[in-house]
Design a binder for this molecule. Sequence first.
Ligand code: IVH
Length: 672
Amino acid sequence: MESSILNRITHLIQEINEHNHRYYILDNPVMSDGKYDELLRELQQLETENPHLKQSDSPTQRVGSRPLSEFESITHSTPMLSLANAMNTQELRDFDKRIRKDIPDENFNYVIEPKLDGLGVELVYEDGYFVSGSTRGDGITGENITENLKTLPSIPLRLRGDDIAIPKLLEVRGEVFMKHRDFEQLNENRLKNNEALFANPRNASAGSLRQLDSRITAKRPLIMHIYAPGKIDGIQFKTHWDFLDALRKWGFIVNEHVKRIADIHEAILYYEKFEIAREDLAYDIDGIVLKINDLALQDALGYRSRSPRWAIAGKFKARQETTTIESIEASIGRTGAITPVANLTPVALGGVMVARATLHNQDEIDRKDIRVGDVVLVQRAGDVIPEVVKVIPERRLPNTIPYQIPTICPSCAGPINRSDDEAKHYCRNISCPAQIAGRIEHFVSKRAMDIDGLGPRSIQSFLYKQLIHTIADLYTINFDAIPDIEGMGEKSAQKLKASLEASKQQEPWRLLHGLGISNVGEHLSKLLMKEYGSFSKLILASEEELIELNEIGPIVASDLKTFFANPQNIELIKTFDSLGLTMASQIGEATEDLIFHGKTFVFTGKLESFNRDEAKEMVEKLGGKAAGSVSKNTTYLVAGPGAGSKAEKAIKLGVNVLTEEEFIKMMKSINE
Ligand code: IVH
């Protein structure tokens, strides 16, 4: 009876471990989750009923066990060394030269591997069974974290022996780490539970391995890749490559990017390739490791005090560094959003000097408790603006105070506030000088109104000299005053004037884009204008109607409504209209053939048969433009009863004045 239970237990262990191997090591599962759970439950049941039959390679070990009171220390049977660093390709070449000098007559090749950025760990197997595991510690002694390591699915509890002999003693070394996605998920959960966040995957891995309660470690998504031997008894290899091969057969994970290469040129290509490819890897690497493949040559080259002579780490440029926050300023964006920005003591990050880092918003500052004067860890991830990862609390100076975003706008002295559902603070004064400059820069930019000859410096000086206060003021600038402005002579002024004039003909999507409504960029501006054809119609669109459109969600719809609900913004749009900017799309290419093409109408006084908007629409349909005020560009003024100053002005300027009846006749004649 007992022997049949033992047989069943052994069978279950074997089957579950086989599944684990296929799932975690080979990434090629064949068993369903349901079946797996069923087998695991059966095994747990049998083990609970027969505790004396529990096996040391049972997968039930992986859930963790009772917490320890402390970690014991373990002395490594051979020291866990570190690697000498090469900081660039030249230093890699120097390494190769040194080796050629030391072993001049030998032909050799290399194995190259990613340098995994996690924690060095040693595993010990006796007769194929995992017996202990430890951290690297100081290289001589580390901490016994056996119980924690047992919970890692990528660490076999018993070596596989189908294709390879099981040595009496096998010590292997590798790196424990976490993938980016798992790290982010872990931090997200911690944020929800109000727990302190880990600064990076490496810290998260370290924190997870250092748990006295292995049941916690069991819940952390740790992975281990093996890359080096410790002491081995009972099997010998000729090359590092053969050793890596054996590791796979025993059931370990060897990094998929390890490669056997012919020479240093190939090594440098790999190094350069991976410095770029690291951005797309699922986990952090901080360099490459170059190792002589032939183990006899490794022996011949030997060791320095703390590192082998036969290997070198080719380091990538650091993307995380510590530096000091010299000051924090509230930077005001074009939309009025306030972003706190830290001015840093300049520091090299991933090959570029960094002097500023975004602090995102007040919540982020509070969460990380970032203060002026703090020493902080900054990082650059991909092309994103550098950010502060965390404060180094040990280096905080006395008497620092928490940072608060100011309540008064540093640019216009207006109030800064934040609504409940927003992370950002805003200065909502649309005439805020800090915003105006940015808004104008955006308005004139190539992809918006494409107005030439107005760089940030001219904008600043126009604002400074009070030539403009709003975007619309650009169109009424007193160009006689321009030669006074530094850097802009008469010629440039005339050029700018012409460019502004020409911009009146820009398609309305450009104007919409130029307004800089939050979340409404070039693409959506085109889409909206295609859909609505004119500002007058777009302004009237309800939120519900907007959401109905493909690609427009509730956020954009609400941003549009908020923008158009602001009287100052409507005023601005009206001013654009009266200045003669194109407020409605021309209908197709045929507009040039339409009878009102090139003609501008202004309506004034009371109209009988239609309202202003309808009149405007009719004019636009026939290829004309409808403006709000009379100028020398007006072709016709349509005047109803009660027309006042506009009619007078039209007469003065020699503009044709039509009655409503005449206007209708004119259209009818066209329709005939
Ligand atoms: S070999 C005697 N290979 O880098 C050579 N180490 O700076 C032992 N590391 O302590 C190390 N990836 O924690 C080796 N593919 C790799 C590695 C690697 C990461 C770590 C390891 C070591 C440190 C040395």
